[in-house]
Design a protein around this ligand. Structure first.
Ligand code: SF4
Length: 277
């Protein structure tokens, strides 16, 4: 008789889930298998707000995308986020809220130094794409799909965190190659370039997809999926300490920090500010 798996295996993966599993299988289990609510962090919510302001900007006719318009779009996004569950869960006082908005404005000022939004020929915003590789479904959201002067497709991803060190650059680009793979599978066209725009530092990292990079994405994603399935079957989701521990929503139940994982299912939903995703 075959034992029942310890956890149900997911049937789809996104680039962020692939990275989450490779960074720390236990944190992945808490978030993606157990689906425990998390306490939002300021940086992530600020990033979402800035993404929304840029999306609103790109919805406007290109000749109207002045710096003033970009800031007005942030004002609109701030109003929208007034009732956002994650924003509300931050419970910022007036002073912290003002600082939060200032930081978002500074990120947009940096963005305006990096490119002129009037030159962007966006043809897709916050584009949800899904494609299959074997039994696995891959999903992702492309921040911006645009045309260059020659009609080639460019995938752009805004980043509001720090730019990676050269050692991590290829890993970060792996996520963007994933978007390139989705684009080619769904639209039938391989993007000419993929770009990561780091708004906090003003750096842009760009890569050109190739047969090799597409092959790399499918091979790596299937390898990660096999590892996820194995972990679900055996129940062996190991904690892996690393730089992300400082931002981990589940540190108090992590054995690496003296916690008891079995208590997470009971205690995580009771935390003040916990938001289901
Ligand atoms: S604290 Fe670190 S090691 Fe523990 S679950 Fe979170 S990311 Fe993993």
């Amino acid at each position: 008789m075959v034992d029942a798996p310890a956890y149900p295996a997911p049937t789809s993966l996104s680039p962020s889930r692939v990275e989450a599993f490779t960074s720390c299988p236990l944190s992945f289990r808490f978030a993606s298998i157990d689906k425990l609510p998390e306490v939002p962090n300021v940086a992530a919510v600020r990033g979402s707000l800035v993404h929304r302001a840029l999306e609103l900007t790109m919805c406007e006719p290109s000749d109207q995308r002045t710096p003033e318009l970009v800031h007005r779009c942030l004002d609109r996004a701030i109003i929208e986020y007034g009732t956002d569950p994650e924003m509300c869960a931050l419970a910022l006082d007036d002073e912290s809220t003002a600082a939060f908005h200032d930081q978002a404005r500074r990120l947009l000022d940096r963005y305006l130094q990096m490119e002129d939004p009037r030159q962007v020929r966006a043809i897709g915003l916050e584009l949800r794409l899904e494609a299959s590789t074997g039994a696995l479904s891959l999903r992702g959201i492309i921040d911006r799909l645009e045309l260059d002067d020659d009609g080639g497709l460019i995938v752009t991803d805004y980043k509001t965190g720090r730019a990676p060190s050269p050692n991590f650059e290829q890993r970060r680009l792996g996520g963007v190659h994933f978007y390139s793979f989705l684009c080619e599978s769904v639209l039938g066209v391989r993007p000419k370039a993929i770009r990561l725009m780091y708004l906090s530092s003003g750096e842009t990292i760009e890569a050109r997809p190739t047969d090799r990079s597409v092959q790399f994405v499918t091979t790596r994603t299937n390898a990660v999926f096999n590892a996820v399935e194995r972990a679900c079957r055996t129940g062996d989701f190991r904690a892996r300490k690393g730089p992300l521990c400082d931002y981990c929503s589940f540190q108090q139940w992590c054995p690496e920090f003296g916690g008891e994982p079995a208590l997470a299912a009971v205690e995580a939903p009771l935390r003040p500010g916990a938001v289901a995703r």
